[in-house]
Design a protein around this ligand. Structure first.
Ligand SMILES: NC(=O)c1ccc[n+]([C@@H]2O[C@H](COP(=O)([O-])OP(=O)(O)OC[C@H]3O[C@@H](n4cnc5c(N)ncnc54)[C@H](OP(=O)(O)O)[C@@H]3O)[C@@H](O)[C@H]2O)c1
Length: 275
C-alpha cells in the first residue's frame, strides 16, 4: 500500500515531523528543511521548547498557514483549571498562529494531582473557544480514553498519541482506540533509531532496496497509524519522508508484526499502561 504524505486520518496528515529537540536557530533551520522536503504536519509541545522555532519556520517558509498542520500539547504542569487555557493562549502567541490544528493533553496528571475531569473539560473548552480545530490526548490508557469520551462525547477525540514502533506495537490500546473512532499517532516510530539494528527489518529493507527506517515507517503507515518521525539530519528527514513510497508485501508485514517484544522505551516500569 502506498500512502500520500498528506493522506488524512481523522483529519490529521498521516506523516508528520517530530520537533522534539529542534530548538533555537538550529531548530528553525531543521524545521525549515522539513517544510522544504514536503512535510506539512509539525508536532510540537509546550515542554519541548520548540513552539517558537515551529512558528518562525512556518513564517519564513512563506507557506499559507492553512497548508501546515500544527499540533501542540498542554504540559502536565499546566493541567489545572487556572493554568490550562492561559497556557494555550501563550502557545498560540509563541507559535504566532491564531489557532492550532490539533491540541493534545501531553500526559495525564500523575497520581491525579489535577482531577481528570478538570483538564479534559478544559480541552473541550479550548476547542469551543476556537483555539484549536481538533482535540486529542497523549499517553492515555484505555480507561482514560473511555472516561474522556464520556466527558467530551463520542467523536470529539481525533487521536491518542502513544509510543508505537515495531518493538512495541501496542495492539490492545490501538484496537480500543480504533473501536472508539480515535486514530492512533505513533510517537518514536523509529524506536529512537534502533529499528536500523534489527535483523528482520534490515532483511526486509535489503529485499526492497530501501532503508530500515523506511521499512518501520511504511509498516506503521500500512497499519493505518499516523507517524511523526524526528531527525535533525536533512538526508534522514528526506529518507523518512519518502517512506510513503515504500510498498511492503503481506509477508513483510507478518514478519515485522513478529518483531513485537514489549519494547517500551518511555516509562517502561510504569504499571498503569494497560488499564
Ligand atoms: N507525546 C509524547 O509523549 C511523545 C514522546 C516522545 C516523542 N514524541 C514525539 O515523537 C517524535 C518522534 O519521537 P523521537 O524523536 O523520540 O523518536 P524517533 O522518531 O523514533 O527517532 C528519532 C531518532 O532516530 C534517528 N533517525 C531519524 N531518522 C533516521 C533514519 N532514517 N535512519 C536512522 N536513524 C534515524 C534520529 O537521529 P538523527 O536526528 O541524527 O537523524 C533520532 O536519534 C518527537 O520528535 C515528538 O514530536 C511524543
Amino acid at each position: 500500500m502506498k500512502v500520500k504524505p498528506m493522506q488524512l486520518v481523522n483529519g490529521i496528515p498521516q506523516l508528520g515531523y517530530g520537533t522534539w529537540a529542534r530548538t533555537g536557530d538550529e531548530g528553525v533551520e531543521a524545521i525549515s528543511q522539513a517544510l522544504e522536503i514536503g512535510y506539512r504536519h509539525l508536532d510540537t509541545a509546550q515542554p519541548y521548547g520548540t513552539e517558537e522555532s515551529v512558528g518562525r519556520a512556518i513564517l519564513q517558509s512563506g507557506l499559507p498557514r492553512s497548508d501546515v498542520f500544527v499540533t501542540t500539547k498542554v504540559a502536565e504542569g499546566n493541567l489545572s483549571r487556572s493554568a490550562f487555557l492561559p497556557s494555550v493562549r501563550k502557545s498560540l502567541d509563541t507559535l504566532q498562529v491564531g489557532a492550532v490544528d490539533l491540541l493534545l493533553i501531553h500526559w495525564p496528571s500523575a497520581n491525579d494531582a489535577v482531577p481528570f475531569d478538570h483538564y479534559v473539560e478544559a480541552l473541550g473548552e479550548a476547542k469551543s473557544l476556537g483555539y484549536t480545530r481538533l482535540i486529542g490526548v497523549s499517553n492515555f490508557t484505555k480507561a482514560m480514553i473511555d472516561r474522556a469520551q464520556e466527558i467530551l462525547g463520542p467523536g470529539e477525540l481525533a487521536t491518542n498519541q502513544v509510543e508505537v514502533h515495531p518493538f512495541l506495537q501496542n495492539k490492545n490500546l490501538r484496537n480500543h482506540c480504533e473501536a472508539a473512532g480515535i486514530a492512533v499517532t505513533a510517537y518514536m516510530p523509529l524506536a529512537k533509531g534502533k529499528v536500523a539494528d534489527d535483523p528482520v527489518i534490515a532483511a526486509v529493507a535489503t529485499r526492497i532496496g530501501c532503508e530500515p527506517a523506511q521499512v518501520s515507517l511504511a509498516f506503521l503507515l500500512a497499519e493505518g497509524l499516523i507517524v511523526i518521525p524526528a531527525s535533525g539530519n536533512r538526508d534522514r528527514m528526506k529518507t523518512n519522508f519518502l517512506s510513503t513510497e515504500i510498498q511492503l508485501s503481506p509477508s513483510d508485514i507478518t514478519q515485522i508484526r513478529g518483531c513485537e517484544r514489549g519494547g517500551r522505551m518511555i516509562k517502561p516500569t510504569a504499571t498503569h499502561w494497560d488499564a
